[in-house]
Design a protein around this ligand. Structure first.
Ligand SMILES: Cc1cc2nc3c(=O)[nH]c(=O)nc-3n(C[C@H](O)[C@H](O)[C@H](O)COP(=O)(O)OP(=O)(O)OC[C@H]3O[C@@H](n4cnc5c(N)ncnc54)[C@H](O)[C@@H]3O)c2cc1C
Length: 466
């Protein structure tokens, strides 16, 4: 069943409360921070038109969002500025308020006939929605827009591996590769700006909010916003899509899409990316390889976060991997580093140091090097648990796309999550290994090191050069 082109599988009623006030329909935007191809926004627009009401969008800007720092906030604010402008061009007023959603949404909802929210999969995102739903005086509906296949439809449990979720997702993809129609609003809400509290100087607000400022923004490499995301995607399609499969383990090249920072903040729709890749008429195997990552692998991570209560607490890996790592916990480590030495990229391994520097300088890292980076921290820490905690800390601190379902699944993979047993080795047991000699054999790792050196803060300017 579809509601104005939006499948009912994307829609969950969180509160069936009686219709409240009649000033406006309220869309509380949190995960899907974009003005286009946003199912929650279009659902809210349709409801506003049906009720002949204006639509107001609300975004709550919190102090100390879990694990976020200045790098993340800067990127998010760049995106929000663009989203607010684009909503205004559609006659939709977007209020930005400083504070937690649990306080602000119920307060503004007193004037709303209906609250619509988007869907997030992390613990705090779920708990905000549940607590807000209990406190709003009107109906509240959640609309899922940041996956291709709705997570509860794909599966009802945490899946074992890509091979177990792939057939379940693949058969549903054709049904869900539809972009929601953009609905013109019958009534503008722009004149409501007078009566609704709002931070008008969004570009200056960053200096006032209370956040961790110890990690530098990375505007030289990534600027937030839907139009930047689209520009990256178009460049990728034009220059790299046909080389994507071939170069997926070649970190010295740049034949990847760099969509994750934009996907993490909901600044671009995965449905849009997938339809655009399909319409690019690239080679069949390149298209399939890309969609395997974007849909199957990414949505396996969403499945993991959604159905694993402690997706961010050691151990997250399966029993066979726990057993083998336990058996090797007492093995002598050839190298042991402190967290500070790792953070400073000062190990004996120039390839690993380059990966750590790429992450710190740019907020991003090629997937192949993320794998190597994680595997080495497992080998160089006192225990697997210590390694897990260090990896999550560094991952979420420096990556723009950190703090994402993909972060927890990616770090979990280092310990055997979604993987199988391999040949047994010291320290890591039967968990998959990656070695420096493997990098030397399979890719031009020295060219990768040179590429990262050129990113160094002291070398030239690279503003959004991809
Ligand atoms: C230790 C480790 C940590 C990781 N941490 C993160 C993280 O914090 N945030 C994050 O988004 N990803 C993480 N990943 C997964 C992966 O490395 C990134 O998603 C990918 O490198 C992003 O680059 P891209 O957008 O250019 O991807 P592309 O290669 O262009 O792929 C297209 C899209 O497919 C999806 N995708 C690609 N590779 C993977 C993968 N291995 N798993 C799931 N989805 C994938 C992403 O949405 C990506 O944007 C991690 C992987 C590992 C091994």
């Amino acid at each position: 069943m579809r509601s104005r082109g939006i499948s009912s599988a994307r829609i969950t009623v969180l509160n069936r409360g009686a219709s409240g006030s009649t000033d406006f329909v309220l869309y509380w935007m949190q995960q899907s921070q974009r003005a286009e191809y946003n199912h929650a926004l279009e659902y809210a627009s349709g409801q506003a038109n049906e009720q002949n009401l204006p639509l107001v969008v609300l975004f709550c800007l919190m102090d100390g969002y879990p694990d976020a720092n200045l790098r993340h906030y800067q990127f998010m604010m760049e995106g929000l500025l663009e989203t607010r402008e684009r909503l205004a061009s559609r006659g939709i007023f977007m209020a930005c308020r400083h504070g937690s959603p649990g306080d602000i949404v119920p307060e503004l909802a007193r004037r709303a006939s209906l609250v619509v929210c988007d869907r997030g999969y992390l613990r705090h995102q779920k708990s905000w929605r549940n607590s807000v739903a209990q406190r709003v005086p009107c109906p509240m509906v959640q609309v899922e827009s940041d996956v291709v296949v709705p997570v509860d439809l794909a599966s009802n449990k945490a899946e074992f591996a890509a091979r177990t979720i792939r057939p379940k997702i693949t058969r549903l993809i054709p049904e869900f590769l539809h972009l929601p129609e953009e609905l013109p609003l019958k009534r503008s809400s722009l004149d409501m700006a007078e009566g609704i509290e709002d931070i008008q100087d969004l570009d200056k607000v960053l200096s006032r909010i209370n956040i961790d400022r110890s990690v530098r923004p990375v505007g030289r490499f990534f600027i937030g916003g839907t139009s930047r995301a689209r520009a990256f995607l178009e460049t990728f399609i034009e220059r790299s899509l046909n080389l994507y499969e071939e170069n997926s383990n070649q970190p010295q090249t740049d034949h990847v899409s760099r969509m994750t920072p934009y996907l993490h903040f909901g600044q671009i729709s995965p449905v849009y990316i997938a339809t655009r890749i399909n319409s690019a008429h690239a080679g069949k195997s390149a298209t399939e390889a890309y969609l395997e990552e974007l849909i199957v692998r990414r949505e396996l991570a969403v499945n993991f976060a959604n159905f694993t209560a402690h997706y961010d607490r050691f151990p997250v890996h399966p029993a066979w991997a726990q057993k083998t790592l336990k058996e090797h916990e007492g093995d002598r480590r050839e190298h042991l580093y402190t967290l500070e030495e790792l953070d400073q990229a000062s190990t004996h391994d120039p390839y690993w140091n380059a990966a750590m520097k790429e992450m710190k300088y740019t907020g991003f890292m090629h997937n192949y090097m993320r794998m190597y980076w994680g595997k080495k921290v497992l080998e160089w820490s006192g225990t697997p648990k210590e390694a897990y905690e260090r990896l999550l800390y560094l991952n979420n601190r420096y990556f723009l796309d950190g703090r994402d379902p993909n972060s927890y699944a990616g770090v979990g993979w280092i310990f055997g999550l979604h993987d199988r047993a391999w040949q047994e080795r010291p320290v890591i047991g039967k968990v998959r290994a990656m070695t420096a000699s493997g990098l030397e054999r399979k890719c031009d790792i020295r060219a990768y090191v040179a590429k990262v050196e050129a990113f160094s803060p002291s070398v030239g300017s690279h503003a959004n050069e991809i």
